[in-house]
Design a protein. Structure first.
Length: 226
């Protein structure tokens, strides 16, 4: 699927946690086309005409699923680009989106007892799969999500719409439960693993799984995520 440029409008902004925003975009030039787990490039250069060299942009996972009309992303304010987003983007702002990119769930992996591990906003690429009809193809998927506090879990609506009745969902809150203990759940687990979250979390969890004897080819990560 070739990447396409979409002129889009911000139609909603929510900010339930300090420094974390969820934006919803509506396309102004055709329906968005992408697959679960893919990501986009967002450009907010008001001078860009859609023809010349692609301007400065940033990658974001799409948390909406491909059957939805609009696209949602969630981002944390961390650097120059996201600070500009926080400052400049309001409902009605027009931006450029370029998508789709990535092959997270297109890679060869087991659909039985598949394990999904995410921390914080790292859950967003998984939500595009969990709420999509294709998630019915997974047999007894295992979902482990970690958040700093209950207030940091802003995804209850999506998590209540998981399209697989056999999915096991475990949610951990760091201030109550501590960090996800991989040894407790996965030391003898033989399946495919997907990990998404902060880079240090991905690196640590990936190495732990390898130390447990998990085949490195069965571990899939969203490495660009930050």
């Amino acid at each position: 699927m070739l990447a396409k440029k979409y002129r889009a409008k911000v139609i909603s902004i929510s900010n339930n946690i300090e420094g974390v925003y969820t934006l919803e975009f509506k396309s102004l030039n055709g329906c968005f086309k992408y697959l679960p787990g893919q990501f986009l490039h967002l450009a907010i250069d008001s001078e860009y005409d859609g023809i010349g060299q692609w301007p400065d942009s940033r990658c974001f996972s799409m948390q909406s699923n491909p059957d939805e009309e609009n696209i949602k992303i969630t981002y944390s304010v961390k650097g120059v680009f996201t600070n500009q987003m926080e400052r400049d983007l309001v409902v009605g702002s027009e931006v450029w989106l370029k998508l789709p990119y990535g092959d997270l769930f297109l890679r060869n992996h087991s659909l039985e007892n598949t394990v999904f591990i995410a921390g914080g906003t790292g859950v967003t690429p998984f939500l595009s799969l969990f709420t999509h009809k294709s998630f019915y193809n997974y047999i007894n998927p295992l979902i482990y999500l970690g958040f700093r506090t209950k207030s940091h879990n802003i995804y209850n609506k999506e998590l209540s719409n998981i399209n697989n009745q056999n999915a096991l969902v475990k949610i951990f809150y760091q201030d109550i439960d501590g960090l996800i203990n991989l040894a407790t759940y996965f030391k003898n687990c033989k399946s495919s693993f997907f990990i998404s979250g902060p880079p240090l979390m991905i690196q640590t969890f990936r190495q732990s799984l390898i130390n447990f004897g998990t085949d490195v080819n069965c571990i899939f990560t969203d490495d660009w995520f930050s």
